[in-house]
Design a protein around this ligand. Structure first.
Ligand SMILES: Cc1ncc(COP(=O)(O)O)c(C=O)c1O
Length: 394
């Protein structure tokens, strides 16, 4: 091509040069849908870029793959796939590992939208879905059916915080030939070593602690090994990820890589604040029960002590029976530092109310309040709760 290209062509095919040799501490944001091939014969559309090299932006640019590799390293897994959010991570696991006619078992305490996905999507595609009590332990075997192929665990469970006996459940599931999937978001993939406790595949909402600043949505799916019980789980996840088109933004991955650098100090800070607030709340006359895994009042506390290396910033309380629904709402509305909103794991303290009416769930009804402690001063957080209680007449 002559070097007298028209300026319009130069806008696309420039000969401009910049100095080389820039080195910084930060992973560059590689954006890109199209990936260039050196020769026609080298072009292919294959998801497994660890084996065939980069082929298409959908499967991740180097920024996405670095985040994946770092999550995988922290979880001691074989490989991680990044998804556009925690919800897509958990639906990827379902869709990759189940087929019509299979049976999937989930704890009653599973994250609500996981239940919704199972009930509304999986059932529509002919998957048998049922639930087991989160405290089942090895007695989970009585819930198996001949076609049970996947068992979910989430420990502690969403909102009601039951800590599960994951090793006992995993052992029973494996004896039955089923795989075990864990939602490891609460422990940030750090405080519970899933693969050492028998889990086969984990997911996390990186939206929470890894992101850490409430400004992105991302998820991860990590597999324990290349082959699990003679099955190539990773290949099924990769192929399904390609078919579903679950592309994650490199910009969000870059923010998550930044968040990851301060994960240790943020986790430690929210752990300390949450624990101090939970202990303080346990002594308050307005509170009937504190559901914090590190306190004996939390169902499954003994498994927390046995299996976890730390706690994070999310826990729930149950207010005394005298609190009407309106009074619970008045208490929550009176909070000033705790903001009302979903998706915890950032720097801001959050609060949310829940209603438990289902016969198979604990009888907390409207009195359950979930709290997340952020990075504010613990003295100010306690003062905020105290003034909010004072605004609700006894
Ligand atoms: C336990 C748990 N799993 C999964 C998710 C889904 O994550 P995302 O909001 O990134 O889709 C959430 C989000 O609230 C969660 O709390």
């Amino acid at each position: 091509m002559p070097d007298n290209k028209d300026w319009k062509t130069r806008l696309i095919h420039s000969d401009a040069v910049v100095p080389e040799g820039f080195e910084s501490l930060v992973t560059p944001v590689y954006r890109g849908s199209t990936v260039l091939f050196p020769r026609a014969a080298a072009a292919r559309d294959q998801w497994n870029q660890h084996e065939v090299g980069y082929t298409y932006g959908l499967y991740g640019t180097p920024t996405n793959l670095e985040l994946a590799a770092r999550v995988c390293e922290l979880e001691n897994g074989f490989r991680t796939i990044i998804t556009p959010g925690g919800q897509s991570a958990l639906s990827l696991i379902h869709l990759a590992l189940l087929k019509a006619g299979d049976h999937v078992l989930l704890p009653e305490s599973i994250y609500g939208p996981n239940r919704m996905f199972s009930n509304h999507v999986l059932r529509r595609f002919g998957v048998d879905v049922s639930y087991y009590p989160p405290d089942a332990g090895s007695s989970i075997a009585s819930f198996f059916k001949p076609n049970t192929t996947l068992v979910w665990v989430e420990s502690p469970g969403s909102v009601t915080m039951e800590v599960q006996d994951v090793p006992a459940i995993a052992e029973a599931a494996h004896r039955h030939g089923a795989l075990v999937a864990l939602d490891n978001t609460w422990a940030a993939g750090i405080y519970f070593d899933a693969f050492a406790h028998g889990v086969d595949v984990t997911m996390q909402a990186l939206t929470k602690y890894v992101g850490g600043h409430s400004d992105l949505l991302l998820g991860s799916v990590t597999v324990r090994d290349q082959k699990i019980h003679d099955r190539t789980i990773y290949d099924r996840l990769g192929e399904t990820h390609q078919c579903l088109g679950f592309a994650a933004s490199p910009d969000d991955c870059s923010l998550a890589l930044r968040g990851m650098k301060t994960l240790a100090v943020r986790l430690k800070a929210v752990e300390q604040s949450a624990l101090e607030l939970a202990q303080w709340l346990a002594a308050r006359p307005e509170v009937e029960l504190v559901l914090h895994p590190a306190l004996p009042s939390c169902p499954g506390h003994e498994f927390f002590q046995r299996d976890f290396t730390g706690a994070s910033g999310l826990f729930s309380i149950v207010l005394q029976k005298r609190f009407s629904k309106d009074q619970v709402h008045a208490f929550v509305d009176a909070l000033q530092l705790f903001k009302i909103g979903y998706s915890w794991g950032g720097v801001t303290s959050l609060v949310m109310t829940y209603d438990f009416e289902s016969p198979k769930r604990p009888k907390y009804q409207h009195r359950l309040v979930r709290l997340y402690t952020g990075l504010e001063s613990i003295a100010d957080l306690k003062a905020d709760v105290e003034q909010a209680f004072a605004r609700v007449p006894a």
